[in-house]
Structures are given as C-alpha cells and as structure tokens.
Design a protein around this ligand. Structure first.
Ligand code: FAD
Ligand code: SF4
Length: 483
C-alpha cells in the first residue's frame, strides 16, 4: 500500500539543452534507494492488470510478455536483486531494450493508477537489468545438449532475436540471416541512440553468439540465398523481416529533392552515429527548416534527430487533434491512456525554439520547389476537425521534408518467394495467432511482419510464441509452451 504515502517519481532525464549536443541516451538511471521506494508503491493487488497483455479498444493493456511485475517489485523492495533478475529473465529475453524504449502499457493498467499515479514499473525493470549486467549475472549459457534440428531465422530485430534465443536455449541449431551489416533490426538502425544506445544492442547480440547462435549479416534472403535453398537446408524457417514498407505521400511535387521517407533519414543518421565521418549523410538537417509529416513516434524521432543535426527550425504535422490532458470517458482504466504528453523530442524543441513543434489537423496538399528541383515549401489544405471540413490553405517554408506517415507491412518479394499470402495492410494472414505457421509447411512468421508495425515488447512476445510453435513442429514437444 506504499502508493498511499510515497509519491511516484519519474525516471530522471538529462537537461534537454545539454543532451541535444550528443547522441547519448536521454534518460538517467534512478538511484537504488529511490528505486526500492518506488517498488514499495506496488500493492500486489489480487488481479495484476499490469501483466495481462491484451488488446483493448485497439490499444495494448498490460505487459504483452506478462512480466511478473508484482513479484519483482517486492523482491526489489526487499533488496533481493538477483532473485528479481531471475524472475524478470523468465518472461523477457531483452529487458535492457524494453526498459529503455517500451511505452509501458503495464503502467497504463496498473491498479494504483486507478486512484493515484501508477507504479514506476519501467524504471524498476531498468534498474534490475542494469544491475544484473553490472554484477555479471547475465552470462552466456549455451545449451548442454544439441538436437539435430536446423532452424533459419530471417531478420534480427527483437522478434528474430527472441525466437532465436528461445530455440537455441533448448538445443536447436539456429542461424540468423540479416540483410544489414549489423544485427538488431530497428533496434540498431531505426530507433535513435538517444533511446537505445547501440552498444546495448551489440552486448546482447554478442551474448547470443557466445551461446551458439550463428549470425550471417549482409545476406539478403531472396537475393543472396533463395527461399528454396533455405527450405532444403533447414528443418524450419521463421520470417521475422519486420514491416519495413513505408507509406508514401503521392502528391504534387513528391519527386523534388529534399523530401525523403523518415526511415531512410533515420537509418542514415544511425549509421553516421555508429561509423562517424566516413558515413556522414549528405542528407542532413544542419541549418535547414525541417517539416516532418506524420504525428507518430517515428516522426518524433525525426524531430529529435533533426535537432541534434542542428536544424534551423522544426515542425511536425499530425492529421489528428491534440490528445486530452486527462483520460476521456471513452478511454477508461485499464485501457492504455491516450493522453497528451511532452515526450523527449518535443521537450527539446520547446527548450531550443520556444514552442512545441506539433501542429494538428494538418493535411499536406502539395510540395513546392525551386527551378533546381529542390523543395522550398509545401501547402497544407482542407482538413477534418470535429467531423466538419474546414478550408485553411497555408504555405509553409521548408528546405527538408520527412515523410513519417506509417508502414504498409512486410516487403512483398520474400513472401512471394515463399508463396505466403498477406492481407491488404501487408500482414501475413496465414500465420495464425497460435500456430505462427504459415500455409507453407515448416515456414513460420512472427513480429511486425505478422502483426503489422508495432512495439519491441510485442515483437519479443511474437518471437517467443513462434519459437514454441516451431519446437512443437520439430519435436512434437511441449518444452517451451510452459515457459
Ligand atoms: C523510428 C522507429 C522508432 C521506434 N521506436 C520504438 C520505441 O521507442 N519503442 C517500441 O517499443 N517500439 C518502437 N518502434 C517499433 C519497433 O522497433 C518494432 O515494432 C520492432 O523492431 C519490430 O521487430 P521485428 O523483429 O518484427 O522487426 P524489425 O526490427 O523491423 O527487424 C526486421 C529485420 O529483418 C531484416 N530483413 C528484412 N528482409 C530481409 C531479407 N530479405 N533478408 C534478410 N534480412 C531481412 C531487416 O533488415 C531487419 O533487420 C519503433 C519503430 C521505428 C521505425
Ligand atoms: S516490457 Fe514494457 S509493458 Fe512489460 S513490464 Fe516492461 S515496460 Fe512494462
């Protein structure tokens, strides 16, 4: 019942004015005494909604991997850190990723949050895994025995890594094929290092290598190795290729120079942060007036990246309105709260430029360019507000425009090669919720490729479930189903 007399503390962040000068993580770890106090706010309620992990009203309620949150809260409160880590590791293959970048649907459904502020679950998770690494508790543990089964995982994002980890632990021989030069998927080349530093990803990949997983990077499956070669050489194949096909904005002027998809921009920036001057992108925001089209998280990461590159100004367009400050009646607890927040990039923009960069109810109508074919601005037009159409034609100056209006699911080519069907939104429809097996014998799908663009924590859950399904397929064993 600690929540009655202990106030919730948010994870401390670095000063926005300072942190925009580098690419390091913007959050700071909480000191041990504070973390134990925060853990004491958990009331260990009879029905811990924080760990249910279901979809309610199209949002995630509770932790999708069913982290044993009240148990580790109590262990942390009592100072039993190793035991807390052991409980956490039972359900989460990569707490160092989720505790840094998860939107924490667990906190949205925490029972304490019904009457007060929710428990700081994500900060506690982070303290446990950081401590476990510091103490050396996270060590390579190769399986004692190997089976004679060979499994190919295509894609090394959180879904592919979790799937590979689970299958390797029980002795199957796992090879992960990755098109990029480094494993990690969007953890490596999508999510900026301000949220997850790349040595955190490398550290985990190295552990997986030491445990016996083989990584083959710079291998584009479908080009460098064919679908039929994989089918012939492996007992099972799992497609964890993400939902990387971006949504386009096919309006007048789209072909102008200076307009790019958000992911091209973010990937190039991440590569520069990793490799330095040798890979300095020629497409960067220094001195430019930047407009980001798309009000989601990818757009937010573009804002933060443009700020660090030294943009002159930055504006982000959203098609929808500003979220309310409090939950609306249509969004009751324990649903994920759809409420306004000043996230890291917006806080930084406010500090630097004196205003929140978000503009609402905006629809871009056309891009305008100069005689050299470079973008100079754009026009926004009619938009819908409260169900009625308004006309507000407005011109905006811009030297750089980033399109971040979402993803259209998995890329077609590989799925065509394997003969797998997708629905109109690009999700693999014939990989069932429970079987994860596609209509092709021995071919499975998991992560964003199966469910559409989502979250790290859902990708981990999908990777774990797909691994259990593959194991069942391979050995007709139930060994992973109870973990
Ligand atoms: C900019 C951005 C920021 C995000 N921020 C967050 C966040 O803060 N918190 C959060 O929870 N989620 C966030 N997400 C979402 C999260 O990153 C994804 O949901 C998650 O990474 C999906 O995991 P995955 O393993 O399914 O696919 P991915 O991470 O997309 O990995 C797929 C991998 O497959 C590889 N691949 C594809 N085709 C082939 C092929 N033919 N051969 C070989 N390899 C191939 C790709 O190169 C890639 O490495 C963000 C997403 C983006 C784009
Ligand atoms: S993985 Fe996400 S939802 Fe689950 S406990 Fe951690 S922060 Fe909460």
């Amino acid at each position: 019942m600690g929540f009655l007399n202990i106030e919730k503390k948010k994870q401390a962040e670095r000063d926005p004015v300072e942190r925009v000068k580098d690419w390091r993580e913007y959050k700071k770890a909480m000191p041990e005494t504070e973390i134990r106090e925060q853990a004491a706010r958990c009331m260990d309620c009879g029905t811990p909604y924080c760990q249910v992990g279901v979809t309610l009203n199209r949002g995630t309620t509770g932790c999708p991997i069913h982290n044993l949150i009240p148990e580790w809260n109590d262990l942390v409160y009592r100072g039993l850190w190793k035991e807390a880590y052991e409980r956490l590791a039972k359900t989460n293959n990569f707490p160092e990723f989720t505790s840094r970048a998860c939107p924490a649907p667990c906190e949205g459904s925490c029972t304490a949050g019904f009457v007060s502020e929710p428990v700081s679950i994500k900060s506690i998770e982070r303290a446990i895994i950081d401590r476990a690494f510091e103490e050396g508790w996270v060590a390579p543990r190769p399986p004692r025995r190997r089976t004679n089964k060979k499994v190919a995982v295509i894609g090394s994002g959180p879904a592919g890594l979790a799937c590979a980890d689970q299958l390797n632990k029980i002795g199957h021989n796992v090879t992960v094929f990755e098109r990029s030069d480094r494993p990690g998927g969007l953890l490596m080349y999508g999510i900026p290092s301000m949220k997850i530093e790349k040595d955190i990803v490398d550290r985990r990949v190295n552990l997986l290598k030491q445990e016996g997983i083989v990584f083959k990077t710079s291998v584009d499956v479908g080009t460098d190795i064919t679908a039929s070669e994989l089918r012939n050489n492996f007992d099972a194949v799992i497609l964890c290729t993400g939902a990387g096909k971006h949504r386009e904005l096919p309006i007048e002027g789209r072909g102008l120079a200076g307009i790019a998809p958000a992911m091209d921009y973010l990937t190039a920036s991440n590569r520069y942060v990793l490799y330095g001057e040798e890979l300095k992108p020629d497409f960067d925001a220094r001195g430019k007036r930047v407009i980001v089209i798309g009000g989601g998280d990818t757009g937010e990461d573009c804002v933060a990246t443009a700020i660090r590159q030294g943009c002159k100004s930055v504006v982000q367009f959203g098609k929808h309105g500003r979220l309310p400050d409090e939950r609306s009646d249509k969004n009751p607890w324990p649903e994920h709260p759809n409420v306004f927040s000043l996230d890291y990039a917006y806080e930084e923009a406010e500090e630097l430029f004196g205003r929140d960069p978000r503009e609402y109810y905006i629809e871009t109508q056309k891009f305008i360019g100069d005689k050299n074919g470079h973008v100079t601005g754009l026009e926004t037009g009619s938009f819908l507000k409260n169900g009625t159409e308004n006309k507000r034609l407005k011109h905006w100056d811009a030297d750089m425009v980033l399109i971040a209006i979402g993803f259209q699911g998995a890329e077609d080519r590989l799925f065509d090669d394997f003969g797998i069907n997708k629905d109109p939104s690009g999700r693999v429809i014939d990989a069932g919720e429970h079987s994860y097996q596609t209509s092709r014998d021995g071919i499975f799908a998991a992560g964003d490729a199966r469910r559409g663009a989502s979250l790290i924590v859902w990708a981990i859950e999908e990777g774990r479930k797909a691994a259990a399904a593959v194991d069942l397929y391979l050995d007709k064993k139930l060994s992973l189903l109870n973990q």
